[in-house]
Design a protein around this ligand. Structure first.
Ligand code: SF4
Ligand code: SF4
Length: 223
């Protein structure tokens, strides 16, 4: 079933699709859903990307539903809309955790999912399910190694330089307040809370940089 779902999602516009075993790491309300489909598109998380990811999730859900499996579709922008109905209903599952568990990448020093192919330039969505999907091989540690470009170039000193691994999933990688303050300062000057240097500087996935862009921040991220 993996390949049928993967092909359908890639054909519908996904850039990368992975499958994760999330047994034992979900909150009790959703613990019966032991697998996750992690869907990535190499684009900024803007309105159009959220619509594309929503369409991709609908496609995955249709396929699961047609086969009689349970599912829970996690909104692409769940990190940003903690007051949404679904976020109030369930403690939502971080997309980055699904992606590391599915073997799509690791959590970089910049706190973002780093895909070997797309670097930190993926926007993610997740569908949880009880379907018997075959999981990918999870990433359990960072492959940033000696690189510290994002640490050096971050203008707010937000990136601590710590290294992620599944043994230390809550380690502070990014001082979120520093980052937020810097972006607010940028809003005052440019009218937009922009930065993204920690994305642009990352050597992974640079071949996709011309076409596409950014996302995310840090939550628990290990499987
Ligand atoms: S967005 Fe800018 S300020 Fe925030 S962590 Fe990245 S480089 Fe630093
Ligand atoms: S810039 Fe270097 S240290 Fe930062 S996330 Fe990318 S690979 Fe890791």
């Amino acid at each position: 079933m993996n390949e049928v779902i993967r092909s359908a999602l890639l054909e519908a516009g996904a850039d990368i699709v992975g499958f994760a075993d999330v047994k034992g790491i979900l909150k009790p309300e959703i613990a019966h859903l032991t697998k996750a489909i992690s869907i990535g598109v190499s684009r900024n998380l803007n309105e159009n990307t959220v619509s594309l990811l929503a369409a991709l999730k609908r496609k995955a859900v249709e396929m699961l539903k047609a086969r009689g499996y349970k599912y829970l579709s996690i909104p692409a922008d769940s990190d940003r809309i903690k007051n949404s109905f679904i976020a109030k209903l369930y403690p939502l599952f971080p997309h980055k955790m699904a992606a590391t568990c599915a073997g799509l990448g690791w959590i970089g020093k910049n706190g973002l999912l780093i895909s070997p192919e797309y670097g930190p330039r993926l926007s993610l969505a997740t569908v949880l399910t009880d379907a018997p999907l075959k999981p990918g091989k999870p990433y359990t540690k960072s492959l940033c190694r000696s690189c510290s470009l994002c640490v050096e170039y971050c203008p707010s000193g937000a990136i601590t330089g710590s290294t992620w691994s599944t043994n230390d999933p809550y380690i502070e990688l990014v001082k979120l307040q520093n980052c937020k303050d810097h972006k607010q300062g940028s809003r005052a000057v440019n009218g937009k809370p922009n930065c993204g240097l920690c994305i642009n500087i990352c050597p992974y996935g640079r071949k996709h940089i011309i076409k596409k862009g950014s996302r995310g921040r840090m939550t628990r991220t290990s499987c």
